[in-house]
Design a protein around this ligand. Structure first.
Ligand SMILES: *Cc1c(COP(=O)(O)O)cnc(C)c1O
Length: 352
């Protein structure tokens, strides 16, 4: 608290990121990072870029990276926006599209940054309850709104909504922007980017932090109709002209070029997810079907709090949200390497 703050700073409720512990040798399964490193070609690209040219500003448009993404998804470069992590892309689109008279709709159990941006930009919002199976029900969103946003698959549940349901939502909701946050889509879903040319109010965001193993670099993107991208560019150029530095532009471009590495990484995660879910089931855990790189799970006989604490004492860190009540006993466990996943199971065997 300080008398020097602008008034509204007192009212902010900032996002609390998952812990990044300083200790080594922890089994870190709490923030959905990729268990493998990025493609070696990404490291090479960063090395090749790290020279005296760093005295120069980067390309303010990140054209090379945008073109690579456009080619990858079969859209025009003018339909692609990039930012310093998809969190920054989200911040811009909240400001640009969701400051409306009617409330923004998003699930009651979802990525908690959405609510934080509503606070930052003073956006009125309504939390739409997930159904009894913790699924998003499209019919619940068919009502007056100033925008709709949810992750697909949703976080922290990992549950996927089929593309046909997203299309049904877009057909019924044409007067406000619909944002599909595809942070985890590469681990088991079909991207809604295939729909952007038919729905001018659809914006799809993705990140290189999860499936492309570059959380440390901060690269996010959005794909949509040119007019939406134009709006985002106006905000970006009123905020920070150079959100991506030279190293990030080179690395992001290289990451999309190494398809084999990307596919290998996604396959490791999905096969380990399957293994982990089976091992958990054998120990009495109930996990939601996941299309992401994490499992959302609970044990009928043990509290989420006790399990998270017991794991931590053995050097295994998972995410426990504790609220709302419906998910108070759930743990969100990132799928790790086979060794990490085994360590998690061994630690759980002392607890359940
Ligand atoms: C991780 C995550 C993001 C943020 O990704 P960054 O690109 O690292 O900022 C956005 N949305 C969801 C749902 C996420 O899980």
């Amino acid at each position: 608290m300080s008398k020097y703050w602008s008034d509204f700073v007192h009212q902010l409720e900032p996002y609390v990121p998952g812990e990044q512990p300083k200790m080594d040798r922890l089994v870190k399964l709490n923030t959905n990072e990729h268990p493998l490193g990025p493609s070696p070609k990404v490291i090479e690209a960063i090395r090749a870029e790290a020279d005296e040219r760093l005295r120069l500003y980067p390309d303010p448009d990140s054209s090379q990276l945008k073109q690579t993404i456009a080619d990858y998804y079969g859209v025009k470069r003018s339909q692609v926006f990039v930012g310093n992590g998809s969190d920054e892309v989200l911040a811009h689109l909240f400001m640009g599209f969701f400051q409306q008279d009617k409330p923004l709709l998003f699930p009651d159990i979802t990525y908690s940054f959405y609510k934080v941006y509503c606070g930052l930009y003073r956006i009125d919002h309504e939390a739409v309850a997930l159904d009894e199976s913790l699924s998003i029900r499209v019919d619940d969103y068919l009502r007056p709104n100033g925008g709709i946003i949810f992750p697909n698959p949703n976080a922290p549940t990992g549950k996927l909504l089929p593309l046909s349901e997203i299309e049904r939502l877009l057909q019924a909701n044409t007067d406000s922007v619909v944002v599909i946050d595809e942070a985890y889509i590469d681990f088991g879903g079909q991207s809604a980017i295939t729909l952007v040319n038919r729905y001018p109010n659809l914006l799809v965001t993705q990140t290189l932090s999860k499936s492309r193993s570059l959380a440390g670099l901060r690269i996010g993107l959005a794909v949509g109709d040119e007019a939406l991208i134009d709006g985002l560019n106006r905000i970006k150029d009123s905020f920070n002209s150079y959100p991506l530095d030279r190293l990030a532009i080179a690395a992001g471009t290289a990451a999309f070029a190494d398809q084999a590495w990307f596919e290998k990484g996604c396959e490791l995660v999905t096969s380990q997810r399957q293994w982990l879910q089976e091992q958990l089931a054998q120990r009495g855990f109930d996990s939601l079907p996941s299309a992401a790189n994490f499992l959302f799970t609970h044990h009928p006989a043990h509290s989420g709090e006790a399990l998270a604490k017991g794991l931590r004492e053995q050097g295994v860190i998972v995410r426990h949200f504790g609220k709302p009540q419906r998910i108070a006993d759930h743990l969100r466990i990132t799928v790790g390497t086979p060794e990490q996943n085994q360590a998690l199971i061994d630690a759980l065997d002392t607890l359940v």
